[in-house]
Design a protein around this ligand. Structure first.
Ligand SMILES: [Fe+2]
Length: 424
């Protein structure tokens, strides 16, 4: 059975074999059992202490032992980059991805939809969707960023160098940059979203006047304990590096970390534990009140990426249009839907779908939602059975060539035929 240690970014020390973890030093002359000590950095060595993230790994073989990488020619829709052509400022929306007809693992089932910045900038974020129906018999590693998995259908078992993560729709998981992993599908097939953060590490937002508790609580982020496999058989490794995919084959599984300690680790989080905060009087706060995680940019208050949730919640505001009002933002918004319906859209935004409202695109409730919310009797009511999320970024998104070719054709029509205001 997999075990977890609660807490976000705290220092964890865990060993799958008693005595594997050195005590009192990170790199003893001869680690126990002939293990190799290896540091994995998530931040620069000299990052301030409260920002500094790294872990020490004790493994059967060092990561350094591998043959050269060569280009990987699978996964045609994963990491193809974006077109440099002028991008129309249109709002875009996509239907859910179809399940593949042939056996497809998580790597080949990935489709990059939206991206901004070059991964080499160490800024920006990409949004991918996946649809797959075969366990991986190889290993993936992303040098371009940390990966947040948001399953929409089907459970995932993510076997990482630092432990096993089991997640189902309604839970999310993060695998740090550079940590190798394999994805297995306990339900035989799976679909969902992946946010790839090239910038500063996702962290819990400061809470300001909210106080010491609320939104995502650090104790609800679960880090797996050490787990490893001792398998001396050919294991292909696919790496994403500077926006391209590369591969080489090891003669052993690299998921061979017997013990580790540090504060750079995978985690999982149950979205139902998010403490949702909103108005109890009138209006509603900006959607930043729903921020689970933030990746700051160099400009204070302007996120490289915010991961924002729209969970089930009570709506009680008086004399208030309760769904999100019309807005144009300097931030760019990619939205996905894990389950149910989103309260600003009547139809067309289905679980597994995606929408993009880029820099300064006018958007908000569609006509049907505006009509219903304007006429609604304002009793307290609960939005049930829904979970939408947004990956908001200060960098405008460029859809990939595939995404541009597969967007819904009539999205603009949801904002058609609003009656003109009547002046006295
Ligand atoms: Fe918006």
């Amino acid at each position: 059975m997999t075990s977890y240690i609660p807490g976000f970014g705290n220092h964890v020390a865990t060993e799958a074999v008693p005595g594997a973890l050195p005590i009192g030093r990170n790199a003893p002359q001869r680690p126990a059992y002939g293990l190799y000590a290896e540091q994995l950095s998530g931040t620069a060595f000299t990052a301030p202490r409260h920002e500094n993230r790294r872990s020490w790994l004790y493994r059967l073989r060092p990561t350094a032992e591998h043959p050269p990488y060569r280009p990987y020619d699978g996964a045609p829709r994963f990491a193809p980059g974006t077109s440099g052509a002028p991008l129309p400022p249109n709002r875009l929306r996509w239907d859910p991805m179809a399940m593949p007809q042939v056996g497809t693992d998580w790597i080949d089932g990935m489709t990059t939809m939206l991206a901004n910045r070059d991964p080499a900038d160490l800024e920006g974020v990409a949004v991918h969707v996946y649809a797959c129906n075969r366990d991986m018999d190889r290993v993936f590693v992303d040098a371009d960023g940390e990966l947040v998995f948001l399953p929409q259908a089907g459970r995932l078992t993510i076997l990482t160098e630092l432990g096993r993560l089991d997640i189902a729709p309604g839970q999310i998981a993060l695998v740090p940059r550079g940590v190798r992993f394999r994805v297995e599908l306990p339900d035989g097939e799976a679909a969902g979203y992946v946010a790839e953060n090239h910038g500063s590490l996702f962290r819990l937002p400061d809470l300001g006047p909210i106080g010491a508790n609320g939104l995502g609580n650090s104790r609800d982020f679960e880090t797996p304990v050490a787990w490893f496999e001792d398998r001396d058989e050919p294991t292909p490794v696919v790496q994403k590096f500077l926006g391209s995919l590369w591969t080489m084959t090891l003669d052993h599984s690299p998921l061979d970390v017997v013990a580790w300690h540090g504060n750079l680790a995978p985690w999982r989080y149950d979205l139902s534990r998010f403490n949702t905060i909103n108005t109890v009087s009138f209006d509603h706060p900006d959607p930043s009140i729903f921020t689970l995680l933030t990746s700051p940019s160099d400009v204070p208050g302007r996120a490289n990426a915010d991961l924002v949730l729209f969970p089930p919640r009570w709506m009680v505001a008086e004399d208030t249009f309760r769904p999100p009002w019309f807005h144009r933002n300097v931030m760019s918004e990619a939205m996905g839907l894990i389950t149910g319906a989103y309260d600003a859209k009547a139809e067309g935004f289905r679980p597994g779908g995606l929408s993009l409202h880029n820099l300064m695109a006018g958007h908000g409730p569609d006509h049907a939602s505006w009509q219903a919310a304007s006429a609604a009797e304002l009793k307290p009511h609960r939005i049930e059975g829904t979970m939408a999320f947004m990956v908001e970024s200060c960098w405008p998104y460029r859809p990939t060539t595939h995404a541009l070719a597969h967007a819904q054709l009539d999205y603009d029509a949801v904002w058609k035929d609003f009656p003109k205001a009547r002046l006295p």
